[in-house]
Write a protein that binds this ligand. Structure first.
Ligand code: PGA
Length: 259
């Protein structure tokens, strides 16, 4: 399985910034065929960035930062998977910023996941605990219970045959924002916990094939240690995906270390 590296540009670059960044990123990653790379520009710049990108590279795809589950209708300000389906291969779904700031529920996130699968778009479902806890000790069962709930609610109704189209991104909320990433061993353990619950639902062989990423203050410096953890199949990068050289370095490390 190739590692998957996702760039979430959030609401940072303006249109001219996005075009310049896309050009720099393309130049820096076009030779890195050993890694699957996904770029999520701000929604309003998705079309100009894809158009400017020009010649498609087989290992690079675009993602939406969010989608709406209905195909068409009176949903002011929203964009459906159906409308984006020819532009994107992936969609970030349930990012913690949307859960926290816009009150997105597990049910809505699940509808988005199912809509993505209906249109053959791979959803990247974000889950993560709010507060930093010291370890996976049973005293913290409430925290882990909530995390598992997010995971299982997100994939509710996804059949065995389709679950490997779903990507899970484990993003502890306290680690997002470029200040402090989780320790690689900690992230590895939580991801193993998530996978064990997917194994209970889908069986161990299927669960092994589900890509689970780590996200939260990923840098060119900590990426290798994260990717060396068993079960971490890739990374979701925010702030550092806005620096073409750092992002390319992360993609290069992913190609060398593998998933
Ligand atoms: P960060 O963001 O890399 O800036 O922490 C990650 C994310 O929110 O997806």
């Amino acid at each position: 399985m190739r590692s998957l590296i996702v760039a979430n540009w959030k609401m940072y670059p303006t249109l001219p910034d996005s075009i310049v960044l896309a050009g720099e990123v393309k130049k820096a990653i076009e030779h890195l065929q050993g890694t699957e790379i996904v770029i999520a520009p701000p929604p309003c710049w998705l079309v100009p960035v894809v158009e400017h990108w020009g010649h498609q590279l087989p290992h690079v795809h675009f993602a939406a930062q969010n989608v709406w589950p209905e195909d068409q209708g009176a949903f002011t300000g929203e964009t459906s998977v159906y409308m984006l389906k020819n532009l994107i291969h992936y969609a970030i779904v349930g990012h913690s910023e949307r859960r926290r700031l816009l009150g997105e529920s597990d049910e809505l996130i699940n509808e988005k996941v199912l809509a993505c699968l209906k249109w053959h778009i791979r959803p990247i479902v974000c889950v993560g605990e709010e507060k930093k806890v010291s370890d996976l000790a049973t005293s913290q069962n409430r925290v882990w219970g909530k995390l598992i709930e997010q995971l299982l609610a997100g994939v509710a109704g996804v059949v065995h045959e389709r679950i490997d189209q779903v990507v899970i991104a484990y993003e502890p909320l306290w680690a997002i924002g470029g200040v402090e990433s989780a320790q690689p061993e900690y992230a590895g353990k939580v991801i193993a916990l998530l996978r064990s619950h997917l194994a209970k639902k889908y069986g161990p062989l299927v669960a092994e094939r589900i890509q689970i990423l780590y996200g939260g203050s990923v840098t060119a410096q900590n990426a290798a240690d994260m990717l060396r953890q068993k079960g971490i199949n890739g990374l979701l990068c925010g702030s550092n995906s806005l620096k073409a050289k750092d992002f390319a370095k992360i993609c290069e490390l992913a190609g060398k270390i593998g998933a």
